[in-house]
Structures are given as structure tokens and as C-alpha cells.
Design a protein. Structure first.
Ligand SMILES: NC(=O)C1=CN([C@@H]2O[C@H](COP(=O)(O)OP(=O)(O)OC[C@H]3O[C@@H](n4cnc5c(N)ncnc54)[C@H](O)[C@@H]3O)[C@@H](O)[C@H]2O)C=CC1
Ligand SMILES: O=C(O)CCC(=O)C(=O)O
Length: 366
């Protein structure tokens, strides 16, 4: 076990038989501040699968926080369960108690399979919750800035490829029409783009077709894994991670990949394979930082305009990372890792006195 978690500071297994809660909280690195990261709920097939997911996701958060210039470290949590049948107020209150037991070392909110309302229940047990609805003092749904960040990422990518920020007149294949993917799809349709979409949720597919009837763009539904072979300009993964691997790279016909899904590359080497195939990859933890930027910004009280301005930095970061990748002949993922590690090294000097026992000065709740 210690070998598995060797890169992490702390991993907490949470068990509450009366509510059925089985959760894992992973704190990767708190050099820049207390750990921050959402909570994913999935019917994981095994505890090992859940552990592997939370370890990868929390490490990604350390890089995401450094890249987005927020004063938090990397953490994440997973709940083993089916969101459609196992999400109960009691389960989220029990989860909140475990979060509180970490005494400010870990802040959490929504991710795949959980909603802001779930965390209203957790909030009864701990102040270490972010992204609750505005009527509860939070900044609301973090998928709004995440989707906006994906749009900025698409513009930076098209700028790098073609010297224009124009999203119209291009085609996009989107995997996953959930909280983030649906909003990205709507914006692309509003820009008049051609989109190809897939989701395991029939309702989401029907809904986007209805939206397309009212917007200038066009939508075509694609079956499951056929999304990888679509002849579009950009592939936008907005569902699960680990989907870029030998087999899918073989099928891809796109010029670029830019999406919100965390940990899109199955292994680091796949970033290199994409580069060798001439596909420009927008590193996920740079592209999808909008939600993190919003929840971290709750420190100053909710303010949507400020969050959108900060989210715009994703555009500039990506342009810089693409340029460093070309200059140094390294993959964009390697360039993004260096970009974040340099920021972390510089800021860790400033934060070296951080005592880990003081909570940030949240103005939302105290
Ligand atoms: N919500 C946020 O603000 C952020 C989300 N992300 C990441 O973005 C991704 C999407 O997040 P959300 O939209 O919040 O999640 P969500 O749970 O609202 O949506 C995910 C969608 O993907 C679909 N899906 C699941 N498996 C699929 C498959 N095999 N093929 C096609 N569709 C499939 C689901 O039916 C659902 O519609 C996740 O990887 C998440 O970790 C990253 C940063 C922030
Ligand atoms: O949206 C959140 O609550 C925190 C950010 C996060 O977990 C993520 O960016 O994956």
C-alpha cells in the first residue's frame, strides 16, 4: 500500500455502514495550501479501481492548482456507489463528517456523479465544502466556468493551428453531454459549428438535438466508440479519463484534442504518440481549470465576473505551453508539467512557512 501511495501525503478510507458510505480521500500535496478537489461518485468495480482513480485525480489537482495560480494543493475524493440509487442526504452528511475530521486539510465539492445539492447536506457537517448553490452562499455550479475554460482552450488551440480564434466553420466531436459537455456543445451550436456527440444517457442526446433546432449549428449523434473515428477538426472528451490510448489514437482523425475530462491520457507516453501523429493535445488539467478557479475564488466571496476574467488565463497558459512544446520538441503534456512544476517551485518558497493548521479566510462561511 505504501508503495502505491508513495507520491501522496495522506490517504483516508472512510467507512460508515449505517449510510452505506465507502469513500476514499487522497491528499497529494499541500505545498501551496490545503488540498482542494471535487468528489466523484461511481459504482467502481473494486476498491483498487477507486483507489487508483483517486490517486491519479488528486495528483492532477496539484498540477491544476499550480497551473491556475491558486493557493491550494492537490486532493480529491471518491465515493464508491451508484449516484442514481445510492446518493442520499445521510450519505453526504456522513461524508461531510469525514471531511471535517481532516480539520481544514481538504476542501471538496462536485465532480462526476455528484451535484451541488449533494454538498448542501455535507455542508451541515463541515465548512470545508465549495461550490454549493448560490442560495447557500457558494458560487454555484462550477461546470459553468469549466465549460467556458474549454471554450478558451479551443480558441487557443485553433489560434495555434490556424492563426484565428474563430470557432465557427469547424467541426467538433464531443464525448459526454453532462454538466460540462452539454454547455460546451450549446456554445458551439450557438457559434454555428457542426458537432458530433455521444453519451450513454439517451436523455442528454435528445435534449441537445432539441437545442440544436433553435441554434445556428448542426448536431449529429454518434454511437459509443465511433466517436473516436469521427472526421472532425477537434475531439472534446467530457466524460471519463483514460480514453486516449494505443487503440483510440489509431482511430483518431482530428487535428486536436481539447476537453474537460480529467486524466484523458491512459499513460504519459500517449501524449508523445499524439504529438508523433500530429494531433495537438490541450493538457486536461490546464483546459479544465475553470471549476477550480471558481471554487478557489470563493475565498473572496462569489463573483461570476471575476471568475470569468480569471478563467480567461487558460487561453494564455495554453498558448505558452504549445509554444514551449514546439520550441523544446517535447509533448504538450511534458510542457504543461514543466510549466506547473516551475510555478510550484517559485511559489513554494513564498509559502514555505505555511503551517497547515490554519484555514483559508473564507468570506462565504466562517
Ligand atoms: N464539473 C466540473 O466543473 C469539472 C469536470 N471535470 C471533468 O470533466 C468530465 C465531465 O464532468 P461533468 O460534466 O461534471 O460530469 P457529469 O457526470 O455531469 O457528465 C458526464 C457525462 O458523461 C457521460 N458518459 C459517461 N460515460 C460515458 C461514455 N462511456 N461515453 C459517453 N458518455 C459517457 C454521462 O452520461 C454524463 O452525461 C469528468 O471527467 C470530470 O472529472 C474536470 C474539471 C471540472
Ligand atoms: O470543481 C471542484 O469542486 C473542484 C475542482 C475539481 O475537482 C477539478 O477540477 O477536477
Amino acid at each position: 500500500m505504501f508503495e502505491k501511495i508513495s507520491q501522496h501525503e495522506q490517504v483516508v478510507f472512510c467507512n460508515d455502514p449505517s449510510t452505506g458510505l465507502k469513500a476514499i480521500i487522497a491528499i497529494h500535496n499541500t505545498t501551496l495550501g490545503p488540498a482542494l478537489g471535487g468528489c466523484r461518485m461511481r459504482p467502481y468495480k473494486s476498491v483498487d479501481e477507486a483507489l487508483e482513480d483517486v490517486l491519479r485525480l488528486s495528483k492532477g489537482m496539484t498540477y491544476k492548482c499550480a497551473g491556475a495560480d491558486v493557493d491550494f494543493g492537490g486532493g480529491k475524493s471518491v465515493i464508491i456507489g451508484d449516484p442514481s440509487t445510492d446518493s442520499t442526504p445521510e450519505l453526504f452528511r456522513a461524508f461531510g463528517q469525514f471531511v471535517d475530521s481532516l480539520n481544514g486539510r481538504f476542501y471538496t465539492g462536485t465532480d462526476m456523479g455528484t451535484t451541488p445539492d449533494d454538498f448542501v447536506h455535507a455542508l451541515k457537517e463541515t465548512n470545508c465544502i465549495v461550490g454549493v448553490p448560490e442560495e447557500y452562499g457558494g458560487s454555484g455550479d462550477s461546470s459553468v466556468p469549466t465549460a467556458q475554460g474549454v471554450i478558451y482552450g479551443l480558441q487557443a488551440t485553433i489560434q495555434t493551428l490556424e492563426g484565428t480564434d474563430e470557432l465557427a466553420g469547424k467541426s467538433y466531436s464531443i464525448q459526454g453531454l453532462g454538466k460540462v459537455g452539454f454547455k460546451v456543445a450549446e456554445q458551439l451550436l450557438a457559434a454555428g459549428a457542426q458537432i458530433y456527440v455521444t453519451d450513454i444517457n439517451e436523455k442528454a442526446l435528445k435534449l441537445i438535438q432539441e437545442r440544436a433546432e433553435l441554434l445556428p449549428g448542426n448536431v449529429e449523434v454518434v454511437e459509443g466508440n465511433d466517436i473516436y473515428g469521427v472526421d472532425a477538426d477537434v475531439f472534446i472528451p467530457c466524460a471519463l479519463g483514460g480514453i486516449i490510448h494505443d487503440e483510440t489514437i489509431e482511430k483518431l482523425k482530428v487535428k486536436a484534442i481539447v476537453g474537460s475530462a480529467n486524466n484523458q491520457l491512459l499513460e504519459d507516453k500517449h501524449g508523445l504518440y499524439l504529438q508523433q501523429k500530429g494531433i495537438l493535445y490541450g493538457p486536461d488539467y490546464i483546459v479544465n481549470a475553470g471549476g477550480l478557479i471558481q471554487v478557489a475564488d470563493e475565498l473572496y466571496g462569489p463573483n461570476k465576473a471575476r471568475v470569468l476574467t480569471k478563467t480567461r488565463a487558460i487561453y494564455d497558459s495554453l498558448i505558452q505551453i504549445y509554444s514551449e512544446s514546439t520550441k523544446n520538441s517535447i509533448s504538450t503534456m511534458e510542457a504543461a508539467n514543466r510549466f506547473c512544476e516551475e510555478k510550484m517551485a517559485a511559489r513554494s518558497k513564498r509559502n514555505s512557512f505555511f503551517a497547515h493548521n490554519r484555514r483559508p479566510k473564507w468570506q462565504v462561511r466562517n
